[in-house]
Design a protein around this ligand. Structure first.
Ligand code: NDP
Length: 470
C-alpha cells in the first residue's frame, strides 16, 4: 500500500477493535481498484485510501468524531459499543439507520459540516440473501436475539415484506421494546426464548442474532429444541467464526439449509466504501476479498483435502458440503476417470478388470500432482490399496480417512446396483471382508482418521475442519 498526499484516511471506531477484519475489506478494495483517473492531475500512484482501527473510550467518543472530521477523515465505521451512542454526535442520519436506531458508517458530508450516519449492516445482509437465493417475502421469520444486530435484521425483514416476525430473546422485555419501537405489533411477535416450541408455523427462515456459539465457545447454542429445528427451511447465523456453528448443524440435522453471515460482513464493508467514495466496487473485487477473509478466518482450510475410505463412507456427500462451505473446488476421482475414459466405473471393471482400473487410478493421481489448488478430492474406495497411490495421495494434500461400520456401509449401499464389488450373494459379508483387508491400508495412508459413526454430514465437516486446524 502506497500512501501519498492524496491518500484518504478511513477507519473504525469501537472498543475493542483488535480483532476487526475490516482492514482486510477496505484496504483490500483500495489495493485492488485503480483510482488513478478519479483524481485529475494526480501525481504518482498512491493508494486511494488507508483504513485504520481506532480504539476509543466512551467518554472520548464525541472528541474522536469531531477530531476525525477536523483531520479530514473521509469516513468511519462504528462498532460495538457505539452504534447507538454515536448518533448523538453526528449531523444527519440516513432514513434506514434512523429506522434501525443504530449507525455503523459515518460519511463526511460534502459541502457541509460533520458526518452523516448510515447503517450498512442491513444492506450487507440483504446482499448476502440475494447472493444465497433467500427470499423473505411472505415468509414467517424468527429472529433469535434482540440486540444491535437483531435491529438490522428486523428492519430488513420488514423492508423485504416478511409476513410475520417472531423475536425470541432471553430477556423478553428487550424483545417487547424492539417490537414497540418498530411499531408493528401484530406483525412483530416478541417471545421468550424458551417458548420457541410454541411456534407452530413451518417453512421458517431463522436468523441467529445472539452472541452464543461464537469462537471459541463453538459448542454453545442458544436453543436445542429438535421440534423447533424441524420447522426451519433456512437458518442464517450472524456469527461467521466458526464457519459452521452448532446452530447451523442443528438446522441441517433438522433438514434445513444453513448459512453463516460472513458475506454480510463483506457486503456491509463494501457498501460503506461505496458511500465514502461514491463508486461501485466490482463483483470480482468482492469475491477476491471474500476469499481473503476466509483464508484469514479459517486458517488451515486452504490446502487440498483428500478423502479416503470405503465406498459409502460419505466421502462424496461430506466432500461436497465441505467444499461448498470453504469455497473450495470439489473433485471426485471416479468422476474424473469416467470423464477421461468415456466409460462408467462398472464398464471399466467389466471390460478391463480391477487391476487395470487401479492402474488408471494411479495414472490419474500422477496427472493431478501439482495441479490441485484449494480442492476437496474424494477418492474411489480402493484408491490407497496400491502402495504407490498412498504416497501420491499424501503429496496432493492432507489425507482424511473416513471410516464407518460394515453395517452402516451396507445400509447406505444396499439399494445401489452400480457397485461392481458388491454384486455378490452376500454383500454384507463381502463388505466385512473387504473392510478387514483394507483397514490397515487406509490407516497407513491417512494423516488423520475420522469415525463417521452415524453423524450428520454438517457435523463431520465441522470435525474435519477442526482437525485440520490442529
Ligand atoms: P448484542 O450484545 O447487542 O446482543 C446480544 C444478544 O445475544 C442479545 O439478544 C442477548 O440477549 C443475547 N444473549 C447474550 N448472551 C446470551 C445467553 N447466554 N443466552 C441467551 N441469549 C444471550 O450483540 P449484537 O446484536 O451486536 O451481535 C450479536 C451477534 O451477531 C454477535 O455474535 C456478532 O458477532 C454478530 N454480528 C454479525 C455481523 C455480521 O456482519 N455477520 C454484524 C453484527 C453482528 P439479552 O437481551 O437477553 O441479553
Amino acid at each position: 500500500m502506497r500512501v501519498d498526499g492524496y491518500t484518504k484516511t478511513i477507519g473504525l471506531i469501537g472498543n475493542p477493535v483488535e480483532h476487526t477484519l475490516s482492514p482486510i475489506i477496505h484496504n483490500g478494495i483500495s489495493e485492488r481498484m485503480d483510482f488513478s483517473e478519479t483524481i485529475p492531475n494526480r501525481k504518482g500512484n498512491g493508494s486511494r485510501s488507508v483504513y485504520l482501527p481506532f480504539q476509543v473510550q466512551a467518554e472520548e467518543l464525541q472528541d474522536a468524531v469531531k477530531g476525525a472530521y477536523a483531520l479530514g477523515v473521509q469516513g468511519l465505521n462504528v462498532t460495538v459499543p457505539y452504534k447507538q451512542l454515536v448518533m448523538e454526535y453526528i449531523e444527519e442520519t440516513d432514513e434506514a439507520a434512523a429506522g434501525i436506531g443504530a449507525v455503523n458508517t459515518l460519511v463526511r458530508i460534502q459541502n457541509g459540516h460533520g458526518f452523516r450516519g448510515y447503517n450498512t449492516d442491513w444492506e450487507g445482509l440483504r446482499c448476502q440473501l440475494q447472493d444465497d437465493g433467500i427470499s423473505l417475502k411472505g415468509k414467517t421469520v424468527v429472529i433469535l436475539g434482540a440486540g444491535g444486530a437483531a435491529r438490522a435484521v428486523l428492519y430488513l425483514c420488514l423492508t423485504e415484506a416478511a409476513e410475520k416476525v417472531y423475536i425470541l430473546n432471553r430477556t423478553l422485555e428487550r424483545a417487547k421494546e424492539l417490537a414497540l419501537e418498530f411499531g408493528q405489533m401484530g406483525r412483530i411477535l416478541p417471545m421468550k426464548l424458551q417458548d420457541a416450541g410454541r411456534i407452530e408455523d413451518t417453512d421458517l427462515v431463522v436468523f441467529q442474532a445472539t452472541s452464543i456459539g461464537l469462537y471459541p465457545n463453538v459448542k454453545d447454542v442458544v436453543l436445542e429444541e429438535e421440534a423447533f429445528y424441524s420447522r426451519i427451511a433456512v437458518g442464517i447465523d450472524l456469527i461467521y467464526n466458526p464457519a459452521e456453528t452448532r446452530f447451523m448443524q442443528l438446522v441441517e440435522a433438522g433438514g434445513g439449509k444453513a448459512f453463516n453471515a460472513l458475506k454480510m460482513l463483506l457486503y456491509q464493508g463494501i457498501r460503506a466504501y461505496e458511500l465514502w467514495f461514491d463508486l461501485k466496487v466490482p463483483e470480482a473485487v468482492a469475491s477476491e476479498i471474500l476469499q481473503e477473509l476466509k483464508a484469514r478466518l479459517y486458517a488451515g482450510y486452504r490446502e487440498n483435502l483428500i478423502l479416503i475410505g470405503f465406498m459409502g463412507s460419505g466421502k462424496t456427500t461430506v466432500g461436497r458440503l465441505l467444499a461448498d462451505r470453504m469455497d473450495m473446488e470439489f473433485l471426485d476421482t471416479d468422476a474424473l476417470l469416467e470423464e477421461k475414459t468415456g466409460k462408467t466405473i462398472s464398464e471399466i471393471f467389466a471390460a478391463q478388470g480391477e487391476e487395470e482400473f487401479r492402474r488408471l487410478e494411479t495414472e490419474l493421481l500422477r496427472e493431478l500432482q501439482g495441479h490441485l489448488r484449494n480442492t476437496v478430492l474424494s477418492t474411489g474406495g480402493g484408491m490407497p490399496l496400491r502402495e504407490e497411490n498412498a504416497g501420491l495421495l499424501k503429496q496432493l494434500g492432507k489425507v482424511v480417512y473416513m471410516s464407518a461400520s460394515p453395517e452402516e456401509i451396507y445400509s447406505r449401499l444396499k439399494d445401489q446396483d452400480d457397485r461392481p464389488l458388491l454384486q455378490v450373494e452376500d454383500p454384507l459379508g463381502r463388505i466385512r471382508s473387504l473392510m478387514e483387508e483394507r483397514k490397515s491400508r487406509y490407516e497407513a495412508a491417512c494423516d488423520f482418521a475420522l469415525d463417521t459413526g452415524g453423524e450428520a454430514p454438517g457435523m463431520l465437516v465441522e470435525r474435519i475442519t477442526k482437525d485440520m486446524r490442529q
